[in-house]
Design a protein. Structure first.
Length: 247
């Protein structure tokens, strides 16, 4: 079986690298495993679309602004999450259970939302803020978290405003955008992995076993790279925050 991997957590450049690696491994087995051919072709097409959109958007001045707003959104999410985590350790009566209720909502919808792709990130954060607003206003007030939540909502609104501009410009030029081509590529990759897993169950073979092992090793290595990138990014942000606080 192919290992389950949350591709939404991959930064776009890492996702492109992952897709290219998957295509390379799959192409080498195409002749021996003809059943994967249509799924491989689909991944290849979606990967080309995603790569073109990524390259085109990297030259768009709006994309730099979108990236900055995305960083602001990630920082605001982490700040809100850390406020809840800190509140959960306080000994003051009522704080810990109130904070744990909020943390449960964050875990349910996206503990690592800051690392997700644009669409997945905004969807997760919208679900988090909406549920907390609707169900846990007392708990939010208890831990003095309203200001942090409002900052998160404002960051999301600012990000979505610039993201809308990016889409509008691309639509006017009849060009596909990363926001659309990224989920299409992820869906195609999942379909390929599912097909390999199903074939291994319905028609097992030594060739499939070798291919599955290769894919799982590649997935494991790719995940380690993404996690290392995430750790470096968070450490860099923490260092910057510590420096700012010291000044």
């Amino acid at each position: 079986m192919i290992a389950i991997v949350n591709l939404a957590l991959f930064p776009s450049n890492e996702l492109l690298t992952f897709a290219k690696g998957t295509i390379s491994l799959s192409t080498a087995k195409r002749a021996q495993l003809p059943g994967i051919a249509p799924f491989l072709d689909n991944v290849s097409q979606k990967c080309d679309n995603f790569r073109s959109a990524l390259e085109r958007e990297s030259k768009n001045p709006l994309i730099k602004l979108q990236s900055e707003k995305n960083d602001d959104l990630s920082d605001s999410f982490i700040a809100f999450r850390k406020q809840c985590e800190s509140a959960s350790t306080r000994r003051r009566e009522g704080w810990s259970p109130a904070a744990e209720a909020l943390l449960a909502v964050i875990r349910k919808h996206g503990w690592s939302a800051h690392n997700m792709g644009y669409k997945a990130k905004t969807a997760a954060i919208t679900n988090i803020t909406s549920e907390i607003r609707a169900k846990y206003p007392a708990e939010l007030a208890m831990i003095l978290g309203l200001e942090w939540l409002e900052e998160l909502e404002m960051a999301e609104a600012a990000f979505e405003a610039i993201a809308k501009q990016v889409v509008e410009v691309a639509s006017a030029n009849h060009e596909p955008v990363v926001a659309d081509t990224r989920p299409e590529l992820i869906t195609a990759l999942k379909a390929l992995f599912q097909t390999v897993s199903l074939q291994q169950i319905s028609a097992p073979s030594a060739e499939l076993d070798v291919f599955t092992t290769q894919l799982n090793e590649f997935i494991s290595t790719s995940l380690a790279t993404v996690k290392a990138f995430d750790t470096r990014s968070e450490n860099k942000k923490n260092a910057a925050q510590t420096k700012d606080a010291a000044n």
